[in-house]
Design a protein around this ligand. Structure first.
Ligand code: CTP
Length: 404
């Protein structure tokens, strides 16, 4: 529920991407937001207000004047929400906002708005490339609006180019950053996620059941709270989180190399990856054939990456995960000490609703020298938030101490 308790004004102007704004409204609602939609006249040619009203459960603003419309609605609406999202924003809407024109409900709200605005242009690629549109967008960015530039691809007009409304997922990510406290701004956070693949031969490998969901949720949440995030990811089926630099690796040795490169400039490492402890001693250069009734497989130990990095830490805060199927707290504490970490997330992984490949997790946060905090069963997004709450508090505590 990344928009829990947030109020969003969704301004919709008239382009074919209006149909995608319906999905955006729905996703905002299912992510916890209260959504007030305001449509231009053009937008109502593409989608009816009834559609948005049904999806959001709120009346849709379509006009400055009329029965039942409060005379000051156009002032309040842009001031009482947490953020305004304009999606799709047509060249016409962008031009009017840049020129300070208020000739309908949406443009008048924007003139009086005091809250952050996210503008998502969508139009034909030639229209988007037009210098006047580009100048208007730059001007609006300079005035503090956030512009999510359109994606490239096939457009409704048949052309291929820049002009598509960005993916709903990306709009949600940028909007969520606008409404989140930026308590990790200025911090570089390195996150790992997913399993590793340890090759047996060119077609087979050893791996584990990690899906990467927990680490990806941490990376998304850290970016949302203002951090600069690098995600070193083992093989997963997950899309790259918006705004996050993703470094893709396969094996434990590749993950170690990528981390050695990024660790010196990081302020924290959050190691959610399920790194394979062993790898085949000598992977076969060619596919192993089915010639003998049995095969011997000799494994050698992989380096303990987080433990190695802990030995070279300067200022970095180190957070590990302990995936356990028994003796949860004792094992997690042992790893916290042995690996010299600041916090370990003790994670029961042999339950159907917690651990690998599901969207929920039940964990205990064990800080070095502090009391364990047992969290209830939460979504992985919420676990990520709680973990980052700990990190933000740790840093603000460290600042206090260095002042004192
Ligand atoms: N880890 C690591 N390098 C490894 C193995 C694990 O950096 N070769 C990290 C994991 O990413 C995790 C923490 O160490 O943050 C604990 O991982 P876990 O698999 O629970 O512990 P192990 O040390 O591998 O111990 P065991 O498998 O015996 O439980």
């Amino acid at each position: 529920m990344i928009f829990k308790g947030k109020r969003i004004l969704l301004g919709v102007s008239g382009g074919i991407a209006c149909y995608k704004a319906v999905e955006l409204a729905r996703r905002l609602v299912t992510s916890g937001a209260q959504v007030k939609v305001v449509m231009t006249r053009g937008a109502q040619e593409f989608v009816t207000p009834l559609t948005f009203a049904a999806v959001t459960g709120q009346t849709v603003g379509t006009s400055l004047f009329g029965q039942g419309i409060h005379p000051l609605e156009h002032i309040w609406l842009g001031q009482q929400v947490d953020a305004l999202i304009l999606a799709p924003a047509t060249a016409n809407l962008i031009g009017k906002v840049a020129a300070g024109i208020g000739d309908d409900l949406l443009t008048t709200i924007l003139l009086a708005a005091t809250r952050p605005v996210l503008l998502c242009p969508a139009m034909n690629c030639e229209m988007y490339a037009n210098p006047v549109v580009q100048e208007n967008l730059t001007r609006l960015e300079q005035r503090g609006m956030t512009v999510l530039r359109p994606a490239a691809g096939p457009l409704a007009c048949g052309a291929v180019g820049y002009g598509r409304l960005p993916e709903v997922e990306d709009i949600l990510a940028v909007a969520s950053r606008l409404v989140s406290p930026q308590d990790l701004a200025g911090r570089r956070i390195l996150v790992t996620a997913g399993p590793t693949h340890e090759d047996l031969d060119p077609v087979r490998f050893l791996t584990n059941r990690s899906s990467g969901k927990m680490g990806y949720a941490v990376a998304r949440a850290a970016w949302r709270r203002g951090a600069e995030v690098t995600l070193v990811s083992g093989p997963t089926a997950l899309p790259a989180p918006y705004g996050v630099e993703v470094v893709r690796v396969r094996s434990a040795l590749e993950m170690r190399e990528a981390l050695q490169g990024h660790f010196p400039t990081a302020d924290a490492l959050i190691m959610a990856a399920a790194v394979s402890d062993y790898r085949p001693e000598s992977p076969a250069p060619k596919k192993v054939k089915r010639r003998t009734p049995s095969q011997e497989l000799r494994l050698v130990q992989n380096p303990d990456i987080i433990q190695e990095l802990a030995a070279h830490r300067t200022r970095q805060v180190l957070i590990g995960f302990a995936a356990e199927t028994g003796d949860l707290l004792a094992e997690a504490r042992r790893k916290l000490e042995a690996k010299n970490l600041d916090l370990i997330v003790a994670n029961e992984v042999n339950r159907p609703d917690s651990g690998f490949a599901v969207d929920t997790n039940e964990v205990t946060l064990i800080p070095r020298g502090g009391e364990p905090v047992a969290l209830p069963l939460l979504s992985k997004d919420e676990v990520a938030q709680r973990l980052l709450d700990w990190l933000a508090e740790y840093w603000s505590g460290a600042r206090e101490e260095s002042r004192g």
